[in-house]
Design a binder for this molecule. Structure first.
Ligand SMILES: NC(=O)c1ccc[n+]([C@@H]2O[C@H](COP(=O)([O-])OP(=O)(O)OC[C@H]3O[C@@H](n4cnc5c(N)ncnc54)[C@H](O)[C@@H]3O)[C@@H](O)[C@H]2O)c1
Ligand SMILES: [Zn+2]
Length: 376
């Protein structure tokens, strides 16, 4: 059902996996995603080739810049703009600090921002780029697995408001995306694992081969083995790119990307975003959606068990036994994805395919949440 640009996968032994280049069409043009080991060391020529303006401003964080700045410092002659690290700084005040630095340096329309970091950096720097002088180009150089397979692709940028996550934002497709899986070597294991749940999601919604590969190569992936990582990152990116290309504004197909996210977001909200990394909540969300689909008889038991077993195999998830299924189910009603009072729910129908329904009842959802370990 889904067509996405095939990635090159060498069948012969390890050494350097072939680079993959994807091209994404958007309403405003086209951009390419370069996925290659060491791609970050070729940042300058890659950006030159993509036609990115030569005056480039790096936006990154202390942590990321300390680990990886050296291999990329040649990308700019300007002082890097380092923003504070973490979701709690994903707000307008941080965007304001980026504007301050840009204005002080005299950044004009012939300037570009190069966002080097996790999803927070990409979203904040992307929003600054979307709004500074009514929009200057942004290049995304994602450094977490989540950012590489998800947030750097698709053009959604934005920040949180004290009253809710991602309430302020824009569509600002990148001028280019440069993905270097080697940057993941320094990522804490928990962050890596959190991103891997999104990879499992892509397999579950769109690709049985990706699902099988992830399951088979789990140990090598956790070891950040380049030969294992590159094809998995590339296929995940390819799925996201193909989906957003067909449905940039989320009117249909893009909703399938929300598999596991309805219950997942609710779990994050009831625990005030403190207990779970986003991906971990999605791990539970996928378990809940699978249980619900299996109870409806639309998801074969064998597939449900296989998906659950991969999620379990990836490692322990934070506890949920103290959380009320009723409270979590109620929280889904406040999801941004509620349209005209109807909650769109993505149900798996097999590993590799889904259906979007809008008739899931509160009782069904509570049942599924109890089934995965929450208290009634
Ligand atoms: N725009 C979108 O379409 C989209 C999609 C999904 C998620 N998001 C957003 O992405 C954010 C989450 O992104 P995230 O999970 O990358 O979190 P993050 O950006 O907070 O990064 C997680 C942690 O990893 C550290 N880090 C980053 N790269 C590193 C590296 N190479 N080595 C060592 N440490 C490194 C960071 O300093 C940070 O502490 C959320 O705000 C979410 O809303 C956006
Ligand atoms: Zn997600």
């Amino acid at each position: 059902m889904l067509s996405y640009i095939a990635t090159t996968m060498s069948s012969s032994p390890p050494p350097p996996p072939d680079p993959v280049r994807l091209s994404v069409r958007t309403s405003s043009g086209r951009y390419s995603i370069e996925i290659a080991a060491e791609a970050s060391r070729r940042l300058t020529p890659l950006l030159d080739a993509a036609g990115v303006p030569a005056r480039r401003f790096v936006v990154s964080t202390q942590t990321v810049w300390r680990f990886h700045g050296e291999r990329m410092h040649g990308v700019t002659a300007e002082e890097p703009i380092l923003i504070p690290d973490g979701e709690r700084f994903k707000h307008l005040a941080t965007v304001g600090r980026i504007y301050d630095a840009l204005i002080r340096a005299g950044a004009d329309r012939a300037s570009a921002i190069v966002a080097i970091g996790g999803g927070v950096t990409g979203d904040v720097a992307g929003f600054a780029a979307a709004t500074y002088l009514r929009g200057i180009p942004v290049v995304q150089v994602p450094t977490t697995l989540l950012a590489q397979v998800d947030s750097a692709v698709g053009g959604k940028v934005g920040v949180n408001h004290a009253l809710g996550k991602n309430l302020i934002g824009a569509f600002h497709p990148p001028a280019a995306v440069v993905v270097d899986p080697e940057l993941l070597a320094t990522l804490p294991r928990r962050e890596f694992r959190a991103g891997l749940y999104e990879v499992v999601k892509y397999g579950a919604i769109a690709s049985r081969p990706l699902f099988d590969r992830t399951s088979r190569d789990l140990a090598a992936l956790f070891a950040r083995d380049a030969a294992a990582l590159l094809p998995v990152v590339a296929e995940s990116c390819g799925i996201k790119a193909a989906i957003v290309e067909q449905d940039e504004r989320e009117s249909g197909l893009r909703r399938t990307l929300n598999f596991g996210h309805t219950a997942g977001h609710a779990l994050e909200a009831v625990t005030k975003y403190r207990r779970f990394r986003h991906g971990e909540a999605i791990g539970y969300g996928m378990l809940a959606a699978s249980a619900l689909a299996a109870a409806r008889g639309v998801f074969p038991e064998a597939d449900r068990a296989e998906l659950a077993s991969l999620i379990t195999k990836m490692g322990p998830l934070p506890a949920v036994a103290d959380l009320s299924a009723t409270e979590v189910a109620e929280a889904t009603k406040r999801d941004k994805k509620v349209l005209a009072g109807r909650l769109h729910f993505v149900l798996p129908t097999a590993i590799g395919s889904t259906v979007v329904v809008n008739d899931v009842t509160l009782e069904e959802l509570i049942g599924a949440l109890v089934g995965i370990g929450l208290k009634p």
